[in-house]
Design a protein around this ligand. Structure first.
Ligand SMILES: *[C@@H]1O[C@H](CO)[C@@H](O)[C@H](O)[C@H]1NC(C)=O
Ligand SMILES: *[C@@H]1O[C@H](CO)[C@@H](O)[C@H](O)[C@H]1NC(C)=O
Length: 244
């Protein structure tokens, strides 16, 4: 089901091109694609270049990033040219950029809009959200921390600290491969961690966070720091609410 929805997304993606940009840059050649086959680390894709207004014969070129020619085809009719290519997963999105160009008796048509096939083809859902609760004794007093990490999933991954009441208390987007670290001093109860990226959401089991003794400080200072924690928490919850 997941694969199916990714597949549909990939099929729909060409129509989601910023139309205005495509029209301005390339009035006469368009690019579209369709996923034909899915391999573990590759995809077979059909890229179609269409300059149907050009008088035949039309020489179509499919180019990749840095103007590298991938393939070439001469069409003797007004039909668009289709290229079936294998794409393997690359570490950088710009290596998966394709565009078309065509040449006819009228001159050069294009380049077309750029087709970036990174997210649509390889976005992986988040899976197995692990949480770890630690209590550290610091000079400044004990510190309760919950760390949270998904074992896999495409970046960027956002992590939310969610209470049993469904409230979002904190939110972090650490560098890819790093866990989120939520400071819980002054908070207790049942919490879970929720990880989300562009394709899915996963939650950990609820974990009971015990109340952590705050260091002995004059009551007025303590009240002040509790107020700060409450204010920050409210601010975060509000920020989250505004983002939704
Ligand atoms: C090619 O583009 C023209 C408009 O420029 C459109 O009418 C035609 O349907 C397109 N052909 C295909 C196969 O997409
Ligand atoms: C694409 O890759 C698959 C699997 O690696 C291979 O079987 C197929 O022949 C390749 N097709 C092209 C057009 O290179």
């Amino acid at each position: 089901m997941r694969l199916l929805s990714l597949f549909c997304l990939a099929m729909l993606a060409p129509s989601s091109f910023p139309k205005k940009q495509a029209e301005e840059a390339t009035p006469e050649i368009s690019i579209a694609y369709q996923v034909l086959k899915v391999y573990p680390r590759g995809r077979q894709v059909r890229i179609t270049c269409n300059a149907s207004q050009a008088p035949p014969p039309v020489t179509y070129s499919l180019l990749a990033s840095r103007d590298m020619q991938v393939d070439k085809k001469v069409m003797d009719t007004h039909k668009p040219a289709s290229f079936n290519i294998n794409i393997t997963l690359k570490s950088s999105p710009d290596l998966l950029t394709y565009f078309c160009q065509a040449a006819s008796s009228l001159g050069v048509h294009g380049p077309s809009a750029r087709l970036q096939m990174y997210w649509e083809l390889w976005a992986k859902p988040v899976s197995q959200v692990q949480v770890d609760f630690t209590l550290q004794d610091r000079e400044s007093g004990p510190r309760a921390e919950m760390s949270c990490q998904a074992s896999s999933g495409s970046p960027p991954i956002s992590y939310l600290l969610v209470g049993k009441n469904g409230r979002v208390y904190m939110q972090q987007r650490p560098h890819h491969g790093q866990p989120a670290n939520f400071q819980l001093s002054g908070m207790w109860g049942w919490f879970q961690c929720q990880a989300e990226n562009s394709v899915s959401v996963q939650s950990s089991a609820f974990k009971l966070v015990p109340p952590v003794q705050l260091p002995l400080v004059p009551t007025s200072v303590l009240a002040g720091s509790l107020f700060t924690i409450a204010a920050i928490t409210c601010w975060m919850v509000r920020t989250r609410a505004l983002m939704l």
